[in-house]
Design a protein around this ligand. Structure first.
Ligand SMILES: [Zn+2]
Length: 222
C-alpha cells in the first residue's frame, strides 16, 4: 500500500482510506500560552513559579502522550493489515515548512508557536516511520521509502507531470488526459507504483549479482 502523508489528512492510503490526524498541540496551544504568560509574571524559583512550571511540563507530557498513542494505534493497524507499505522519504524541513503554512492565528507569538509545532511535528513523523518500520519487520513485512519526486504532480493514469495538474491543494486534474481525483489519493497511488519499481529494481540488481557470482564460480572451476 502507498501512503501520502500530509498535515490535515495524516495519511492518505492508496486503497482510498484516509486517516485523519489529531492535533494535540493545536488543541492545547491556548492553554499552554496562558500558562507561559502566567509563569512569566511569577517571581523566578518562587513556590508559585515552580507550581506553574510543573503544570507546563505536565501539559507538554500530555501532548506528547496523545501523539504517541495515536502513532502507535495507527502504525499497529497498518502493520496488521499490510505487509508492504511505501511512503515518501520526507525530509523533516519540508514538513516543518508546511506546518508553518497552516498556522491559524498569525500575529500572536507566531515564531514560538511555529517553532514548537515544528519540533513536535517532526518528532511525530519520525516516530511514525520508526513504529511502522519495526512493526512491519516483526511480521516479516517491509517499509519502503522512496525519494519524494513529482508524486503529487504526476497523473497516475497517463504519467503526465505538470504543475497545472493541481487545481488546488485538494484536487488533481490531469491537463493531458483529464483524469480527476483527490490529489492525495493520486499521489498515494504514484507512491505505491514507485515502491513497486524500487522493489523490481532491487530484484534485478540481486539477479545480476547472482549471475556475476555464478560467473566467478564458473571461472574459478576452469
Ligand atoms: Zn493524465
Amino acid at each position: 500500500m502507498g501512503i501520502d502523508r500530509g498535515i490535515t489528512t495524516f495519511a492518505q492510503c492508496s486503497d482510498g482510506k484516509a486517516i485523519l490526524g489529531i492535533s494535540p498541540l493545536k488543541k492545547n496551544l491556548k492553554k499552554l500560552a496562558k500558562l507561559q504568560r502566567k509563569l512569566s509574571r511569577k517571581k523566578k524559583v518562587s513556590a508559585n513559579w515552580r507550581k506553574t512550571k510543573l503544570k507546563i511540563e505536565r501539559l507538554h507530557n500530555h501532548i506528547a502522550n496523545l501523539r504517541k498513542d495515536f502513532l502507535h494505534k495507527t502504525s499497529t493497524q497498518l502493520a496488521q493489515s499490510h505487509s508492504l507499505i511505501v511512503m515518501e522519504d520526507l525530509k523533516v524541513g519540508v514538513m516543518a515548512k508546511s506546518a508553518k503554512g497552516t498556522k491559524e492565528n498569525p500575529g500572536t507569538n507566531v515564531k514560538a508557536k511555529s517553532g514548537l509545532s515544528r519540533s513536535i511535528l517532526d518528532q511525530g513523523w519520525q516516530m511514525f516511520q520508526q513504529f511502522l518500520s519495526y512493526k512491519l519487520n516483526w511480521r516479516g513485512g517491509e517499509l519502503i521509502l522512496i525519494p519524494p519526486k513529482n508524486t503529487s504532480l504526476k497523473c497516475r493514469l497517463c504519467g503526465h507531470i505538470a504543475k497545472e495538474n493541481r487545481i488546488n491543494q485538494a484536487k488533481f486534474q490531469c491537463i493531458q488526459c483529464g483524469h480527476t481525483e483527490g490529489a492525495d489519493l493520486n499521489a498515494s497511488i504514484n507512491i505505491l507504483a514507485e515502491g513497486h519499481s524500487v522493489l523490481a529494481c532491487g530484484v534485478e540488481a540481486l539477479a545480476s549479482t547472482t549471475k556475476q557470482e555464478l560467473l566467478i564460480r564458473k571461472l574459478a572451476t576452469v
